[in-house]
Design a protein around this ligand. Structure first.
Ligand SMILES: *Cc1c(COP(=O)(O)O)cnc(C)c1O
Length: 388
């Protein structure tokens, strides 16, 4: 049992040894009974068995085993959100005086984590254009502990060459936010990354009904992330949510095959539409990261497509307002297609000049393609573009 779709269905959830229940029981117990003082002492000292559900919970561990199998990781720790995962991965690696190199193209909340949290605790951050791996080598200092990357990135779908970034990072820990690609399309650990983080809220869950995150990698750094992020900072995932994410993850391959194929088809059609200024999709040969994406992603290029509507902010907003099948909402990775207009929502706090610097045009729409029929999605986009 080594192939993705089989692992997605079976990994992590063996039948319950007591009852044979196929579905892993949702263990809602906060604490676990000890046999005696020696048993209690051993569990505390060596971290074996269960003590308290903030530290370890059997339902959450079943999800961790499944996600580790899909990512090809030795270990995984599931947390209360994607941001809790980003936080745990970073904070377990850095101390005051350390330096981090981060990609300039990141999920906005990750930037706030660097700016509003890590800087206050004496961690310096240098942002680089990670589509040029040599920029990582140029920014390196003796105190560089982490290189933090996201590929494809939000919302412009910039691609970082992970093998080249690994080589440029020297002995720094390379952390990759692989949320947009999912382990179905990309496995950064095989390309030399030390830790992978995902917002499990997105494709791993896939149904828009849970918030969670995961850190994956070798046992030692993952257990370090668990100690700081879960045991100490307390961002434990609820067992009920773990069950929902595990259930969603069983169909990850099915959903990604469908959504990625639809995304490519829509990207091609948008690219040929006279009302569209440009399309950013790593599967198009016109995308600057296409050659690298074709090498390091597999079985497709993911379900996110960004496109710039001709006519700037007002035209972008009118097209956005004209959609009827595609839902106007943040988040992504849902079975429903979701769309965001960056300039009026996620990136509204930036000036148009700062947005332009980040490659975010005023009419830029980011579409997370769901599993609806491609012709209904296209008819919706075509109609909305006509009303622009
Ligand atoms: C959503 C997202 C996050 C944050 O995850 P939450 O589950 O919302 O906390 C981090 N990185 C990327 C790329 C995301 O899309």
């Amino acid at each position: 049992m080594t192939r993705f779709d089989t692992l997605a269905v079976h990994a992590g959830d063996d039948p319950d040894p007591q009852t044979g229940a196929l579905e892993p029981p949702i263990v809602l117990s906060s604490a676990y009974a000890f046999e005696d003082a020696e048993d209690a002492a051993t569990r505390f000292r060596e971290g074996v068995g269960h003590v308290y559900s903030r530290w370890r919970n059997p339902t959450v561990e079943a999800l961790e085993r499944k996600l580790a199998a899909l990512e090809g990781a030795e270990a995984a720790v599931a947390l209360a959100s994607g941001m809790a995962a980003v936080h745990a991965a970073l904070v377990s690696c850095v101390s005051a005086g350390d330096h981090v190199i981060a990609s300039r193209s990141l999920y906005a909340e990750s930037v706030r984590l660097f700016e509003e949290l890590l800087r206050r605790f004496g961690v310096e951050v240098t942002y680089v254009d990670a589509t040029r791996p040599e920029a990582i080598a140029e920014a390196r200092r003796p105190s560089t502990k982490v290189v933090y990357l996201e590929t494809p990135s939000n919302p412009t779908l910039a691609i970082t060459d992970l093998a080249a970034a690994r080589a440029a990072a020297g002995d720094a820990t390379v952390i990759v936010d692989s949320t947009f690609a999912t382990p179905y399309h990309q496995r950064p650990l095989e390309l030399g990354a030390d830790l992978v983080v995902h917002s499990a809220t997105k494709f791993l869950c896939g149904h828009g009904d849970a918030v969670g995150g995961v850190v994956l990698g070798a046992t030692e750094p993952v257990e370090a992330a668990r100690r700081v992020g879960v045991r100490t900072a307390g961002a434990a995932l609820s067992p009920v949510t773990a069950m929902l994410i595990g259930r969603g993850a069983r169909t990850l391959g099915l959903r990604m095959r469908r959504a990625s194929a639809t995304a490519l088809e829509l990207a091609v059609r948008l690219d040929a539409h006279p009302a569209v200024e440009r399309v950013l999709y790593p599967g198009l040969s016109s995308h600057p990261g296409h050659a690298v994406a074709a090498r390091q992603m597999r079985s497709g290029f993911g379900a996110l497509v960004a496109f710039e509507v001709e006519g700037g902010l007002a035209a972008g907003a009118r097209c956005y307002d004209g959609l009827e099948v595609i839902t106007r909402a943040v988040s992504l990775g849902d079975v429903r297609s979701l769309i965001t207009h960056a300039a009026s929502t996620t990136h509204a706090s930036l000036s148009p000049a700062r947005r332009a610097e980040a490659g975010i045009g005023e009419g830029l729409l980011r579409l997370s393609v769901g599993i609806e029929d491609v012709e209904d999605l296209w008819a919706d986009l075509d109609h909305a573009l006509a009303t622009r």
